[in-house]
Design a protein around this ligand. Structure first.
Ligand code: RUB
Length: 306
């Protein structure tokens, strides 16, 4: 039996009512705990199969999200490790995994905010794209430390998540300006730093993030502006080590335009793009700032790949 809370979480995640990789992973972890609590299975096998159905639905809600997938893997790996003998013990194990994962996400966000804030110049210009809770945390921390950055947020078509970033930073007293996506090159002339989030990081240190990130990174590289991605190690996609190509989400065309008003026109709503490691100055992780290749070493240890 699929818990209504899992169904609701899937709907919220796919509709972007919950957005940003970390919040998506948090929602999925909470939904798994709800599934464990509400499952009416009487046998361990039945209980695990309920969990698998829930995990499958959650993973499919946003396919380009290793943080969500890694969290689900952690829950199943812990279940295997603990080897509960009965449903009640398994249920208890999932509840403690939920607590552990949510605490880990919060602790990591705190650490990344600290490391990210160090990169923000005293009075310099920062460019952001889309809405990353992690990036907002880093800029807010810099502001709290007495720095006074000037931030340019791209609006991030088609769902305008850049407006969330702009609103959140403005509410913390940050000097923030919203620009259209195509103004990225124009504002880069003034910029000292680009800070973006991450949905997925590959074994070669490439970054998958909201569509438009790759273009911004190339422009920053061209103009000698440092480009960093704020990302916990759980954004690493371990399957890319084995040669799997990262799945890129393509969303509903109606997010861009009404197809009925454009007869004969195909509309392709690419939601993510891949930024080559060569354009990335570094990743701001919970273990500190590392180069794209350094990230692979850290993540290998984290995922036991070494
Ligand atoms: C959000 C996005 C963010 C990453 C990281 O896209 O691309 O940069 O998810 O976010 P969407 P966070 O709005 O489509 O989910 O730092 O919050 O994990």
């Amino acid at each position: 039996m699929l818990s209504p809370k899992v169904e609701a979480a899937c709907a919220d995640i796919s509709a972007l009512r919950v957005q940003g990789a970390r919040k998506i992973a948090e929602a999925a972890v909470k939904a798994m705990a709800a599934q464990a609590k509400e499952s009416d299975a009487r046998t361990l096998d039945g209980f695990k199969s309920d969990l698998l159905v829930a995990a499958d639905a959650l993973a499919k809600a946003r396919p380009t999200e290793p943080m969500l997938q890694n969290s689900l893997r952690f829950i199943f790996a812990e279940l295997e490790r603990r080897k509960p003998k009965a449903v009640a013990a398994a249920r208890k194990a999932i509840a403690s995994d939920e607590k552990a994962l949510l605490k880990r996400f919060d602790d990591n966000a705190e650490k990344i905010a600290g490391y990210g804030a160090q990169l923000v110049p005293e009075k310099g210009v920062v460019v952001t794209h889309c809405h990353s809770h992690t990036v907002v945390g880093a800029i807010r921390r810099a502001q709290e430390q007495g720095k006074d950055p000037v931030v340019f947020c791209t609006e991030t078509r088609p769902r305008f998540q850049g407006l969330i970033t702009a609103r959140e930073l403005a509410s913390s007293g940050v000097d923030v300006t919203l620009v259209v996506d195509s103004a990225a090159r124009t504002v880069m002339r003034k910029a000292d730093l680009v800070l973006v989030g991450a949905d997925s990081i590959t074994s070669t240190g490439d970054l998958v993030n909201k569509v438009g990130t790759a273009g911004i990174a190339a422009v920053a590289f061209d103009m000698d502006v440092e480009f960093y991605s704020c990302a916990e190690l759980y954004k690493f996609d371990p399957l890319t080590v084995f040669g799997r190509a990262t799945e890129m989400e393509v969303r509903d065309p109606r997010e861009i335009a009404d197809p009925y008003l454009l007869p004969g026109v195909r509309i392709a709503n690419y939601s993510f793009d891949k930024t080559d490691a060569k354009f990335i100055s570094g990743f701001v992780t919970e273990k500190g700032v590392v180069s794209p290749h350094g990230l692979f070493n850290l993540a290998s240890r984290e995922f036991g790949l070494g």
